[in-house]
Design a protein around this ligand. Structure first.
Ligand code: DC
Length: 224
């Protein structure tokens, strides 16, 4: 029996990564949070490709892409992301990375560069990748595809509480605006926009708990 390839796409703060992580543990699959790859490149750009004005020099970044080595390693049962051997799992969640990542994720050069990392992990099967274009572009032949969505009110509430628990104080209105802007940029970009694959199953988890969402997704996954 072959292990499945599962694609989970969807809007920000629908719980894609944390849900994928649990499903991967339960089904003994490898989980890759592909957003972390875009965040890793953004972190690199902020460190190495900043203009005096504070803007990222995209041409400089494109030229340096071959120097970027991004790897996932298991540390204490957790998958950590390393950039040129530096553990950047915490840094990629910084506010500055979050506010610049959509710009970086729009760039075809960056997306092409990260494609191989994503496809190579899926070659042998037994993986769950979460992101925005997994079912449409990265793994169009995935065995199971899901598209997660939830109301903007509920996603704002979740993100607000998550930030608060991390000690970040932001107004709910500000959180809502961030989410809306990010989803707009991700959905309207020219290259690999966020959209549901035709054959993806929509999971609206506005009124579902994390556990209920996991059970619902698992109910569609069968041996292949
Ligand atoms: O899931 P996240 O918030 O960590 O994603 C960070 C950014 O990367 C977000 O703007 C969407 C983008 N992204 C993407 O364009 N394609 C992916 N496969 C994953 C994330």
């Amino acid at each position: 029996m072959r292990k499945p390839v599962i694609a989970i796409d969807g809007y920000s703060s629908t719980g894609k990564s944390s849900i994928s992580k649990v499903i991967a543990n339960e089904l003994d699959l490898i989980h890759m949070d592909t957003g972390a790859l875009y965040r890793g490149v953004t972190y690199f750009a902020l460190k190495n490709c900043l203009e005096q004005t504070g803007e990222i020099n995209l041409e400089k970044l494109f030229a340096q892409l071959p120097l970027i080595k991004i790897e996932f390693k298991t540390v204490d049962h957790e998958l950590q992301i390393f950039l040129n051997d530096e553990d950047i799992s915490q840094q990629i969640r910084d506010k500055e990375v979050s506010s610049n990542v959509s710009l970086i994720a729009c760039q075809k050069e960056v997306r092409d560069y990260l494609m191989e990392t994503q496809r190579s992990i899926a070659k042998e099967g037994g993986v769950i990748l979460d992101g925005r274009d997994i079912g449409t572009v990265v793994l169009p032949d995935a065995d199971f595809k899901f598209f997660l969505t939830a109301s903007i009110e509920e996603r704002t509430r979740r993100r607000y509480l998550e930030l608060k628990s991390m000690g970040v104080n932001m107004l709910e209105e500000e959180v809502r605006e961030n989410l809306t802007t990010r989803d707009k940029i991700d959905s309207e970009r020219e290259v690999a926009p966020l959209k549901k694959a035709e054959d993806a199953i929509i999971i609206d988890n506005t009124t579902l708990t994390k556990m209920e969402t996991i059970l619902l997704i698992k109910s569609y996954i069968h041996p292949i």
